[in-house]
Design a protein around this ligand. Structure first.
Ligand SMILES: CC(C)(COP(=O)(O)OP(=O)(O)OC[C@H]1O[C@@H](n2cnc3c(N)ncnc32)[C@H](O)[C@@H]1OP(=O)(O)O)[C@@H](O)C(=O)NCCC(=O)NCCS
Length: 179
């Protein structure tokens, strides 16, 4: 089932392939993490997240170009919500739809597994990521003051109703645009 979902998104993904995150990806993942975040996650954190994925509590996937991981995203499963924990793309690969492809796979998977909503936090200044999330139907739902480095506020965003036909239509349109 999951393989079929990933394959469906991969067909739209050109040379970028999506696959579940493994420890062997962590060298590339950590290099991206350090380039894009002021307080990058450590290898230990990713290893723990992968371990929790094996216990069915997380989903993590990477986008691979050839042998190199160029992006990754992941989520914490908290029925009835899927909480997106991380989305990042190698700066050299940004602006090519890689994050959209990964979120599309995550969203298809959340729908197939029966979840009701997606949620996440995003830095209030990160307008690029906010635009990406809005394209999936996320809307601001609150603020967590000084959430990042005890300085920047987080905007909490929600994407409810993911079992509705409207969300299926949205995902179909996003997939068509990628193709
Ligand atoms: C945010 C991020 C994941 C987007 O990855 P990406 O692969 O470049 O995103 P996509 O190419 O799929 O972009 C999809 C849409 O997102 C929006 N977007 C993404 N980056 C943007 C930017 N820098 N400025 C404005 N809009 C942006 C646009 O609406 C874009 O659609 P368009 O290309 O039709 O305009 C990437 O910039 C990144 O890794 N940033 C650093 C880490 C980070 O901030 N992660 C989010 C944490 S909440």
């Amino acid at each position: 089932m999951i393989g079929r979902l990933l394959a469906r998104v991969e067909r739209a993904a050109g040379p970028v392939r999506l696959e579940p995150m493994h420890r062997r990806h962590l060298r590339d993942v950590l290099a991206i993490e350090r380039r894009v975040y002021p307080k990058p996650w450590t290898e230990r954190i990713f290893a723990d997240e992968i371990e929790m994925m094996h216990r069915g509590q997380r989903w993590y996937l990477v986008a691979r170009a050839g042998r190199v991981a160029v992006g990754y995203c992941g989520a914490l499963l908290q029925h009835p919500e899927v909480h997106v924990t991380n989305v990042a793309v190698n700066p050299d690969w940004q602006g090519r739809g890689v994050a959209t492809r990964m979120l599309l796979a995550l969203a298809h998977r959340a729908v197939a597994a029966g979840y009701d909503a997606l949620t996440l936090e995003v830095r209030h200044t990160n307008t690029g990521a906010q635009a990406l999330y809005r394209s999936f139907g996320f809307a601001p739902a609150g603020i967590r003051p000084r959430y990042y480095e005890n300085r920047d506020d987080a905007i909490v965003m929600w994407c409810p109703g993911i079992q509705d036909a409207g969300f299926a239509d949205r995902l179909r349109r996003i997939g068509e645009r990628l193709a």
